[in-house]
Design a protein around this ligand. Structure first.
Ligand code: FAD
Ligand code: NAP
Length: 508
């Protein structure tokens, strides 16, 4: 009660101070120092705004915590891509003898060495972000923020100390955190999430990964690649929302290279045995049969929940989508309260990707500083799933193109190709594939482009420019390839699915 009274007094005093002087502490207060929040606050400061950014990390159920920079830097893209690289090196070591390398003895992987190196890199990025904020004159506050009114934010430190801050505009960029499944005994006590895996000091050992989207498949991919016994438990389909054929190629490749898949199954409980092993019981939803196996680790990769619950949004009537708990935003990232904005993973209907959060944040900062009216264009955002065989895409899936244009309204060009790197190494290339989906009539505008193979992200980035510019199939064909690459297969593509001809690329 005493705390409440003290809090109310602080609140009244502060609102009074702001109203009396008519001046706020800051032009812009950003809650959340992740990909989006940092980009936005630095841009705003460069444009002459007085800016503060609040960032605070609640430790995971296992006690894992990290520094400034948000999901991507600490528990997402960066450690994930580095561990993916560790796995790719393992594959390269297996290829190496075919290329003449003489490797004495067995090559094995040491988790601790990899994890320490990755964690040290992440820590250097945390430091880099702090320095950049200082250099750009952004005030960084390691506080957990919540809204008091439309111009006031309450920040609470780890020690519980309160700070009240006021600003003309407030931005919410608090991202999301991994979910645990509901009603599975032992899930939280014995399981970990992607917020823990990259910070483990010891190898997770034999691992069950539950879930089948980006996070699940990427983690299962690198765990398999560094030599761990890894199983993915899929309750429905893999990579929901992606092109079905491409998703199939990704999981086929993973299966061929050692990841186990348990399809149509949901976990029931997790128990810790006296040996320390985790016993997982699950139900096969097709047969109703129950099964069990033991693992060293269970990784829940069952989606992410937005960090909206403790922000005090209800007090201000900020509209949320009641199904996802994300903030409803307009095209200009505005919320239902005029001077409060939200973007990145916290906002409804946006891709959960770092580059979109960064770009949306920078553009918002420019608009708020009165320097621009440009809105974020969320169309044709390219993405890559960093599975052992990478999958990059931009634009529509074949299913979505067919839904929008009808089966007769699209032409699908495709090719199975063999990366040159696979030949000497005698690697199977059955899942290396390119698909270009075009409108059937007129100039055959390209609607979607899909690629599985080496360096899919690097391949896809340039082609995404093509789609932004409205590229057509004939322009694709006018483009001369770079030989010998995998990307050249995209510009050489000529066999339509409709023709029924064999799409296997032969020769140069
Ligand atoms: P975040 O980066 O999550 O930042 C939000 C910040 O706000 C966090 O630091 C959080 O602790 C803080 N915060 C939360 N609440 C408060 C509060 N009340 N007060 C103060 N601070 C608060 N995207 C890609 O583009 N490529 C990839 O390869 C990729 N790989 C990924 C791999 C994994 C395992 C995961 C989980 C995600 C990956 N993503 C990837 C997605 C990407 O990380 C996110 O889309 C991106 O980080 C979102 O940025 P954001 O600024 O919206 O939020
Ligand atoms: P997600 O895309 O929401 O996928 C959740 C997965 O978990 C789905 O396969 C879902 O199956 C399954 N699932 C949900 N509840 C379950 C339960 N109770 N039991 C078993 N399975 C369950 O989540 P995500 O993989 O965490 O990815 C979140 C976002 O992060 C992505 O949308 C992406 O934008 C971003 N990300 C990007 C990258 C990248 O750019 N490379 C990498 C990682 C993450 P159903 O399909 O049956 O629902």
């Amino acid at each position: 009660m005493a705390v409440l009274h003290r809090w109310k007094r602080i609140q009244c005093l502060h609102v009074f101070t702001r109203n009396l002087t008519g001046k706020c502490d800051y032009d812009l207060l950003v809650i959340g120092g992740g990909s989006g929040g940092l980009a936005c606050s630095k841009e705003a400061a460069q444009l002459g705004q007085k800016v503060a950014v609040l960032d605070y990390v609640e430790p995971t159920a296992k006690g894992t915590k990290w520094g400034l920079g948000g999901t991507c830097v600490n528990v997402g893209c960066i450690p994930k891509k580095l561990m993916h690289q560790a796995a790719l090196l393992g594959a390269a070591v297996k290829d190496a003898p075919k290329y003449g390398w003489q490797i004495p003895g067995t090559v094995c992987h040491d988790w601790t060495t990899m994890a320490e190196a990755v964690q040290n890199h992440v820590k250097s990025l945390n430091w880099g972000h702090r320095v950049q904020l200082q250099d750009k004159n952004v005030k960084y506050l390691n506080l957990k923020g919540s809204l008091v009114d439309e111009h006031t934010v309450r920040g609470v430190s780890k020690a519980g100390k309160e700070t009240i801050l006021t600003a003309k505009n407030i931005i919410i960029a608090t991202g999301g955190r991994p979910k645990y499944p509901a009603n599975i005994p032992g899930a939280v006590e014995h399981g970990i999430t992607s917020d823990d895996i990259f910070w483990l000091k010891k190898s997770p050992g034999k691992t069950l990964v539950v879930g089948a989207s980006y996070v699940a498949l990427e983690c299962a991919g690198f765990l398999t690649g560094i030599g761990l016994d890894t199983t993915v438990m899929v309750r429905s389909i893999a990579l929901r929302g992606f092109d079905r054929q491409m998703a199939g190629l990704v999981t086929d490749y993973m299966e061929a290279y050692g990841t186990r898949f348990v399809w149509n199954s949901v976990p029931k409980r997790v128990d810790k045995l006296s040996s320390g092993a985790l016993q997982v019981m699950w139900t096969d939803t097709e047969t109703g049969c129950e099964h069990k196996d033991t693992y060293d680790s269970v990784l829940w990769a069952v989606g992410r929940a937005p960090e909206t619950k403790t922000l005090g949004l209800d007090k201000l009537g900020i509209q949320l989508n009641k199904a996802t708990w994300k903030i409803v935003v307009g095209a200009d990232e505005s919320t239902s309260v005029p001077n409060i904005f939200a973007f990145g993973d916290i906002s409804e209907g946006r891709p959960e990707l770092t580059p979109t959060a960064i770009k949306a944040g920078k553009l918002l900062a420019r608009r708020l500083a009165g320097q621009s009216t440009e809105l974020m264009n969320y169309d044709n955002v390219a993405t890559t799933v960093f599975t052992p065989l990478e999958y990059g895409c931009v634009g529509l899936s074949e299913e979505e193109a067919e839904r929008r244009h009808g089966g007769d309204g699209i032409e699908v060009y495709h090719a199975f190709y063999k990366p040159l790197e696979f030949t000497v190494a005698e690697r199977d290339a059955s899942q290396c594939y390119v698909k270009v989906i075009c409108e059937r009539g007129g100039d055959q505008k390209i609607l979607g482009l899909h690629f599985t193979g080496l360096n899919a992200g690097e391949v896809m980035q340039g082609f995404s420019l093509g789609l932004q510019c409205g590229a057509t199939y004939s322009q694709l064909l006018q483009t001369v390839g770079i030989h010998p690459t995998c990307a050249e297969e995209v510009v050489k593509i000529h066999i339509t699915k409709r023709s029924g001809l064999d799409p296997t690329v032969t020769g140069c």
